[in-house]
Design a protein around this ligand. Structure first.
Ligand SMILES: [Zn+2]
Length: 166
């Protein structure tokens, strides 16, 4: 389930059980039902399992500057394309190799196809004459925090996650 703030800003993914508790306690409203939604009975009420719910009151989210980098989030940023050749990426490459002091960070990691990753090995781009197709930036915003912590995204959620997520 996707939980939205009262302002429709995405907050977090949560379990169906927690989502239903919020609905039953009148803390949240359903925005979208799960298309294959099952119906649950609780305290004499009948509820269709939601896919997206929205809080009735606004909650302030503590500001966190850095979005944690995970494999899934990095692949999303790079749209599953190799940063060197544009082919289908299935690995993550450190632009400045770790053996040469490269960091495991948004700015030094790029999605890469296996052949490019293999050819690059522990060399620098300048030694190969390679360039990156796009600059490597750290994504910002609440939808990225959600992306980096959620393995599976419901397509229904994408409209609430902003352009960066689509
Ligand atoms: Zn490649």
């Amino acid at each position: 389930m996707l939980l939205l703030n009262a302002t429709y800003e995405p907050l977090t993914a949560l379990s169906a059980r927690r989502a239903i508790v919020l609905l039953i306690c009148d803390k949240a409203d359903t925005v979208h039902h799960d298309p294959e939604g099952s119906v649950v009975h609780s305290a004499g009420a009948e509820l269709t399992v939601p896919s997206v719910i929205r809080l009735r009151t606004y909650v302030r989210v503590p500001y966190r500057a850095r979005v944690p980098m995970t494999r899934a989030a990095l692949m999303h940023r790079d749209r599953y394309r190799c940063g060197y050749c544009g082919g289908k990426a299935e690995t993550i490459d450190h632009v400045v190799p770790r053996s040469r002091g490269g960091e495991h960070s948004w700015e030094n990691c790029v999605a890469s196809c296996a052949p490019c990753n293999h050819r690059k090995a522990d060399k620098l781009l300048s030694e190969l004459g390679w360039t990156l197709r796009t600059p490597l930036v750290s994504p910002k915003g609440p939808h990225w925090r959600l992306l980096s912590t959620t393995a599976e995204l419901d397509p229904l959620w994408l409209q609430y996650l902003g352009e960066g997520a689509a």
